[in-house]
Design a protein around this ligand. Structure first.
Ligand code: FAD
Ligand code: UDP
Length: 366
């Protein structure tokens, strides 16, 4: 087999790059994907009950980048969707991110203005300086009680680490609000692809210069492919045969269940923030795509060590180990490492798209 670009992985990084290289650089692309489908972790499909489900956890598209939004809009129409999450603590549900409603309900208060909530946080927060980990960043804003209730056990379940052991950027993904805005994200563009993510990827990859081979670990065909350049979007440690040891990635076991009623829970996502159950969150899929159906499909997320690699684990130690791999990667002038697994970064979809569009700009100048 002969190609100009050999791309490993058909997720966001691999597919966006393939589309740009094929359509803008007019080069031939071969993608090897080890799973039996395209779209990486954004993969969705209709289950046997006719409900569109996200097989690898809920994927909500949100971005402030006009460029990213306009780029993807070539391959999909959108449905406006603003994600709302409730945290289940004991028998009660509270808005998360923590906001005025959360505080009033939890402490039986009647704070009416942002100012009053700000004063409340001032009273309960514990100043931490410098902010070095995921405990510091939350306790510094809202104090130990709120941290303990909403972050400590969820984080322990998700990462099998105390928040103290994780980079501040992990819990720092979740803002703290003084108003009653109960949306999970506040980005300018918040949408779901109208026909789902997989359809969007199909359109992206439908180009005469692109060939996709599924069910294929790239190492199994590497010797038989002749190429000028390679783009690698898989786990970076695997590329280098684990020469500096295995990088830890976190996985999840998804348990799907169909229930014979119209709606199961109040909102598309409920986070179980105490340790009374082993799962972290329950997703009701039809609420993501606003689908109408008599039954509903939900999924429980059980984080685990083994399995498909979903999350890099942001700790100082893992970062140092990754940097050893990165140094090796930089020595290879014809291989580009791109995406969440290859760069060992806790990226959202839009960040991956933004980075890959930038990389295409560089490839153009090669
Ligand atoms: P991936 O999607 O992981 O693609 C890499 C591909 O490479 C995979 O398909 C893999 O099978 C393939 N591959 C790996 N090794 C090999 C090999 N040896 N040979 C061949 N192929 C290989 N982002 C958001 O913006 N919003 C969200 O709401 C959101 N929710 C998420 C929920 C969960 C549970 C998870 C895990 C992620 C979520 N994300 C979300 C993040 C999003 O999934 C990623 O940002 C995005 O998918 C990264 O794209 P990627 O191409 O870098 O990686
Ligand atoms: N988090 C938490 N409680 C919550 C929501 C989030 O402790 O109710 C922490 C947890 O460590 C989680 C991180 O914040 O892994 C990031 O949350 P996000 O919802 O962004 O996770 P993702 O959707 O990427 O799994």
């Amino acid at each position: 087999m002969k190609t100009d670009y050999f791309i490993v992985g058909a997720g966001f990084a691999g597919s966006v790059l393939a589309e740009r290289i094929a359509s803008q650089l007019n080069k031939k692309v071969l993608i090897a994907e080890k799973r039996n489908h395209i779209a990486g972790n954004a993969y969705d499909e209709y289950d046997e009950h006719g409900i569109l489900v996200h097989r690898y956890g809920p994927h909500i598209f949100h971005t402030n980048s006009k460029e990213v939004f306009e780029y993807l809009s070539q391959f999909t129409e959108w449905i406006p969707y603003e994600h709302k999450v409730l945290a289940k603590l004991g028998n009660e549900l509270y808005p998360i991110p923590i906001n005025r409603i959360t505080i009033n309900k939890l402490y039986s208060l009647n704070l009416k203005t942002d100012e009053e909530v700000k004063e409340f946080y001032e009273r309960v927060r514990e100043k931490r300086f410098p902010i070095t980990n995921s405990e510091d960043i939350i306790v510094n804003q809202v104090g130990y009680d709120l941290f303990n209730k909403f972050f400590r056990y969820y984080t322990k379940k998700q990462w099998n680490l105390e928040p103290k052991g994780l980079s501040a950027s992990v819990c720092g993904r979740i803002p703290v609000r003084t108003n009653d805005d109960s949306r999970y994200f506040t980005d300018k563009y918040q949408f779901m692809p109208k026909d789902g993510y997989t359809k969007m990827f199909e359109r992206m990859l439908n180009h005469k210069n692109i060939e996709v081979i599924l069910n294929t670990d790239y190492k199994n065909i590497l010797d038989s492919v002749k190429f000028d350049k390679m783009i690698y979007t898989g786990p970076i440690d695997y590329f280098f045969d684990f020469k500096f040891g295995k990088l830890p990635y976190r996985s999840i076991r998804f348990e799907f269940e169909n229930i014979s009623k119209k709606q199961f829970q109040e909102t598309a996502q409920i986070n179980y923030v105490d340790d009374s159950v082993k799962y972290t969150r329950v997703i009701e899929h039809k609420l993501l795509s606003q689908q109408n159906s008599d039954s509903t499909t939900i999924s429980f997320e059980y984080p685990q060590k083994e399995g498909e690699q979903f999350y890099p684990i942001p700790t100082e130690e893992n970062r140092s180990q990754y940097l050893l791999y990165k140094k090796e990667a930089e020595k290879l002038s014809d291989v580009f490492f791109c995406g969440r697994l290859a760069e060992y970064q806790y990226y959202n979809m839009d960040q991956v798209v933004a980075n890959t569009l930038k990389l295409v700009g560089n490839l153009r100048n090669e």
